[in-house]
Design a protein around this ligand. Structure first.
Ligand code: MUC
Ligand code: MN
Length: 391
């Protein structure tokens, strides 16, 4: 590649409402808080990357405000005007400048991948080793209160797009209600769609120990992050003899954390997530470590627009074994996408874009409409009563 440098980096904050709020253990998420990173090089080639945050620092320690500050204050000045020598070097430079803050780093790294893909005229998946698949099966999250409504949402999703896996969000209701709801939904879709439940760290070990036999009996496929991310020993104890998979999400913060999870036997599967891992290269390494440890893989999502969704799809397409498919349904949950043609999901699968870079083109008019200029930490957490004893 001829010599060039990144000449400009801008961050745009966008709030996009969800069509229906998604209740998670920490509250109801009704808005995607998006940071769009746009870079341009000295030859005028552009790249775009996305970090989407589900509100404030509830899902993990990052918020839209913190990620914005990290990008503008620490990442942008360090890469602007510096001779570009490759994405590994850039990604490594971001890690050396900023510990953790993975969403912020990942948005910049995704933009660099998009730009290099466009310079070379190849899709990002080619830069990550090439594809093992052109399409990825996509799950659909059901979480709007009560089995009946979720069953009808699930039926609609099957009819429209033939999903064969549903994800239920647990932890915002009483555990016995979550179990009863899951049992009804698993029964209803039996033979047509499997069910994964995501607790988002919402249970303690005793709650999980009580719930697991009933969930196994009900036929659950897998449970995601039932305990707080730090409690590796708890999961290792619970997994002994368990008849369904335990997927690590918030605990699998990249290759090193995944190595620890494997060594502690604290998961049988890992949800991949470039935003949580710090970028596509970190996700690729995370996948390799999990796979080498005999763990299954799931392509996680953060309800991103087609920009972040395409970035994840490219790296997931290059992972040899992706047992549980992915949950890259983000654009379908948002009232509006920010690209000209959204990523395509049909026949139960997402088609990995084929054009150079991310393979999606942002739509400036849509973006201009969505930039509200409003402060970010306001609207997204529905009241959530934590006073009850839930065991
Ligand atoms: O996996 C998560 O914790 C993130 C979240 C985004 C969509 C969804 O269903 O869950
Ligand atoms: Mn999760």
């Amino acid at each position: 590649m001829s010599e060039f440098c990144i000449e400009s980096l801008t961050v745009t904050r966008i709030n996009v409402p969800l069509i229906k709020p998604i209740s998670m253990a920490f509250g109801a998420v009704s808005t995607a808080h998006i940071l769009l990173v746009r870079i341009r090089d000295s030859d005028g080639v552009k790249g775009v990357g996305e970090a989407t945050l589900l509100g404030g620092p509830h899902w993990n320690e990052e918020s839209a405000e913190s990620a914005l500050a990290i990008i503008e204050t620490y990442l942008a000045p360090a890469i602007k005007g510096v001779k570009f020598s490759g994405i590994e070097a850039l990604s490594n430079r971001l890690v050396s400048l900023v510990r953790r803050n993975s969403l912020a780093r990942s948005a910049v790294e995704k933009a660099a991948f998009d730009l290099i893909g466009r310079r070379l005229g190849v899709p990002i998946s080619d830069l990550l080793g090439g594809r093992c698949r052109q399409e990825i099966p996509v799950a659909w999250t059901l979480s709007n209160g009560g089995a009946e409504r979720e069953i009808s949402d699930g039926e609609e999703a099957i009819e429209k797009r033939a999903h064969a896996c549903f994800k239920l969000k647990f932890g915002h209701a009483d555990p016995s209600d979550d179990i009863a709801r899951a049992s009804k939904i698993i029964d209803h879709f039996s033979g047509r769609a499997r069910v994964i439940a995501d607790v988002n760290q919402g249970w303690d070990e005793v709650t999980a120990a009580r719930a697991f036999p009933a969930l196994q009996e009900a036929g659950l496929l897998a449970i995601e992050q039932p305990l707080p991310a730090e409690n590796l020993e708890g999961i290792a104890r619970l997994r002994h003899g368990l008849g369904f998979d335990v997927i690590a999400d918030e605990a699998a913060t990249g290759p090193e954390a995944t190595f620890k999870l494997a060594a502690a036997l604290a998961a049988s599967a890992v949800s991949l997530k470039p935003s949580r891992d710090g970028g596509l290269l970190a996700t690729k390494r995370t996948a390799a470590i999990a796979d080498a440890a005999g763990m299954k893989l799931y392509g996680g999502g953060m309800i991103e627009t087609s920009v972040g969704t395409a970035a994840s799809a490219h790296v997931y397409a290059t992972v040899p074994k992706l047992t549980f498919g992915c949950e890259l349904f983000g654009p379908l949950k948002l009232v509006e996408d920010i690209v000209q043609d959204s990523v395509k999901i049909k026949g139960g699968a997402l088609k990995v874009p084929e054009s150079p870079g991310l393979g999606v083109e942002i739509d400036e008019e849509k973006i201009a409409r969505l930039v509200t200029g409003e402060p970010i930490t306001r609207v997204y957490l529905a009241p959530f009563d934590q006073s009850e004893n839930r065991v």
